[in-house]
Design a protein around this ligand. Structure first.
Ligand code: GLY
Length: 322
C-alpha cells in the first residue's frame, strides 16, 4: 500500500523541489506585465470573468464587478456547485453560502441560505444594510425577502436526479474536482487600483444538513485587504477552514511574498490536514499591483483571468501529482 510519504515523494512535490517547481510556477505568471484593471477567478469561469470585466470597462467598481461575476454561475442551471442548479444536501435541499468583501475590510456573508438564487447579492446587502457580517439560515432568508429578493425553488430536475441516484448508496465523500468546477471565487482590481472579492457556492454535494463550508467565512474562503491584495479558495471547505487559507495568503503577501508563492505555501500547509490525499483545494490570489497566483493541492484546477490583453484560462500547478 502506498503511504502518504511515498505518495508525496513520488509525486509532483519531489519534481517541483528539484527545479520544475519554478518552471511550473512561471507558467502561471502574467505573460505581459502585471497591472490593473484585472479580474481573476477560480475554475473555467469565462462568462463570469467577462461579466466582471464589463463592469470594470464601464468604469464600475471592483465590488460591483465581483458581484456581477459571481451572479453568472449563480444563475446557471448547468453549474452544479453554485446557486440555481447546485447539488443539494442529503435531504434534497439546496443551501447556499456566499461572501463579499471590499478593500476597506467591509464584509458581508450568508450561510445556509435556501430559496434565493443570488446569494452573493444578499451577502452584499448584509454588508451594506446591516450592522452585521454574517446572516444564517431562516434569518438570512427573511432578510433577503425584506430586501426584495425573489424566493424560488433552486433544485433543478437534473440536480434532483443526481440526488436520487446518490441516495441509492448514500456514500458521503467529496468528489475531487467536481465536474472540473466548484465554488466560484472571484477577485478584481478596478482602474483606480481598488481591490474586492466575492465567492459563492452550494457547498459540498449531498452534505449533512446544516453544513457550512469555507466560502462564507471571512479569512477562509475569501479575504481582501486593500493595502495588500486578495485571495479566495475552492475545493473542500473543511480543509480551507482549518488553515484559514485566504487570510494566510494575504498575510504572506503582506510580508513580501508574491501571490504565486503565497498560494503554493498555503497549499503546502494543507498537507497536514487529515486525508490530504483524498481531497482537492485550489487558491487564487492577486496583489495590489495586479500580479496573480494560482495553485492547487492536486492536478485539475484552473484559473480564469482577464485584463487588457484578453482572457486566459490557465492550468494551475499542483503540489501533488494526482
Ligand atoms: N468550498 C466550498 C465548500 O466546501 O463549501
Amino acid at each position: 500500500m502506498q503511504t502518504r510519504r511515498s505518495f508525496l515523494a513520488s509525486g509532483v512535490v519531489a519534481g517541483l523541489s528539484a527545479g520544475s517547481l519554478s518552471k511550473s510556477l512561471s507558467a502561471v505568471q502574467p505573460r505581459g506585465k502585471a497591472g490593473f484593471p484585472c479580474v481573476l477567478a477560480t475554475w473555467k469561469n469565462r462568462k463570469a470573468v467577462e461579466a466582471a470585466w464589463e463592469v470594470l470597462q464601464m468604469g464600475g467598481s471592483a465590488l460591483d464587478a465581483v458581484e456581477a461575476g459571481a451572479r453568472v454561475p449563480e444563475a446557471d442551471p448547468d453549474d452544479s456547485s453554485v446557486g440555481y442548479g447546485g447539488l443539494p444536501d442529503r435531504e434534497g435541499k439546496v443551501t447556499l453560502d456566499a461572501c463579499i468583501m471590499d478593500s476597506q475590510g467591509n464584509a458581508g456573508s450568508v450561510v445556509f441560505l435556501e430559496g434565493i438564487k443570488h446569494a452573493v447579492s444578499v451577502a452584499r446587502r448584509v454588508m451594506e444594510h446591516t450592522p452585521h457580517v454574517i446572516l444564517a439560515g431562516e434569518g438570512a432568508l427573511q432578510f433577503a425577502i425584506q430586501q426584495g429578493f425573489k424566493q424560488e425553488e433552486l433544485l433543478t430536475p437534473s440536480a434532483r436526479e443526481a440526488w436520487e441516484r446518490w441516495k441509492v448508496e448514500s456514500r458521503y465523500q467529496p468528489v475531487i474536482n467536481q465536474e472540473r468546477h466548484d465554488t466560484i471565487g472571484i477577485l478584481a482590481i478596478d482602474r483606480d487600483g481598488v481591490v474586492a472579492g466575492a465567492c459563492s457556492t452550494s457547498g459540498l454535494a449531498f452534505k449533512m444538513r446544516g453544513r457550512v463550508g469555507d466560502s462564507p467565512i471571512v479569512g477562509a474562503g475569501l479575504y481582501v485587504d486593500g493595502e495588500v491584495g486578495a485571495a479566495t479558495a475552492t475545493g473542500l471547505g473543511e480543509a480551507v477552514l482549518k488553515k484559514m487559507g485566504a487570510f494566510s495568503i494575504v498575510e504572506m503577501m503582506r510580508q513580501g511574498m508574491g501571490p504565486q508563492k503565497a498560494c503554493l505555501e498555503a497549499v503546502r500547509r494543507l498537507l497536514s490536514v487529515r486525508a490530504a490525499e483524498a481531497f482537492q483545494v485550489g487558491y487564487v490570489a492577486v496583489d495590489r499591483r495586479g500580479r496573480t497566483g494560482a495553485c492547487s493541492l492536486r492536478p485539475g484546477f484552473q484559473a480564469s483571468r482577464m485584463w487588457t490583453s484578453g482572457f486566459e484560462l490557465q492550468d494551475a500547478p499542483s503540489l501533488l501529482s494526482r
